[in-house]
Design a protein around this ligand. Sequence first.
Ligand code: OSB
Ligand code: MG
Length: 354
Amino acid sequence: MPLVAPFRTSFGTETARDVLLVRVVTPDAEGWGECVAMSEPLYSAEYVDGAAEVIRRFLLPALPRDVHAQDVARALEPIKGHRMAKAALETAVLDAQLRAAGESLGRFLGAARTRVPCGVSVGIMDSVPRLLDAVAGYLDEGYVRIKLKIEPGWDIEPVRAVRERFGDDVLLQVDANAAYSLTDARHLARLDDFDLLLIEQPLANDDLVQHAKLATRVRTPICLDESIESAEHAAAAIALGSCSIINVKPGRLGGYLEARRVHDLCRANGIAVWCGGMLETGLGRAANVALAALPGFTLPGDTSGSRRYFATDVTEPFELVDGHLEVPKGPGLGVEPIPSVLDEVTTATEWITL
Ligand code: OSB
Ligand code: MG
């Protein structure tokens, strides 16, 4: 699916998403799960063709025919990693189960609100004026929080420019996608002047100890994304003091059930969470919005409207109302692919019978 504009981060530029959708068909219902793995293994080790392969070859054969969503993770446990692939499968099973039971995902997860406030993730641009135009457009659309992607050479100046143009009241944060090292601590401390909500994943994915050291050298709160692949990682990061905020991304964590576990753990430990995104279509977006309605999600998420990324979404588009998205109320994800749109973007399908 083509993106409305290139999305540049410190690890690369996306112009389209190659989306893997898992559709589970049971005697009672069908369910959908979106795999958030990207085309190339640049954000994490997973990539979309690898996810398809591991699902086909290892994950599906490990599932009992009548598996309950709550038992999927345990059944898949012997297979290491591949959390985005596992998440897609578990979500599809859960969606089918909830549709059969007539229960919405929000209700199942414990949503405490009917709508969630929305932030937007703004990519690295060719120039500061272009960035300011993009941010102005998003603020006009009603986004309540701006996240700027940063990298060495695109950090202090764009943040300063956004603060100067839009003022101190705009909720503003940055995401480095692991582009810095601890030797950049003094440079990163210059961001302290701009009253940011947080700096997301400044250092490498596996650097929990270094993030804890960085946290003593910058005042801006540190938020982890890539580093947290499970509730155990979250517990370790909290114990070490590596972060005071966690970006909860269900794909990265292996599914919505593990995401809820991380939410519960953080809530009990006074660690704020917010819902991240991976350029999801309406299917993944619907599930993220349900998750973001849980009570511990105290910061706006990267739950933007469909048109932030796609001119035509595979579901009815999610549209901001007063800076918020409505939590779907229907059974399961509460949204379905529009058959004609799905057909048009489908490049391959594969059916596997258990
Ligand atoms: O680091 O949060 C990230 C997109 C792809 C991979 C990683 C990240 C992102 C985003 C966009 O920041 C979030 C979204 O709007 O879906
Ligand atoms: Mg991130």
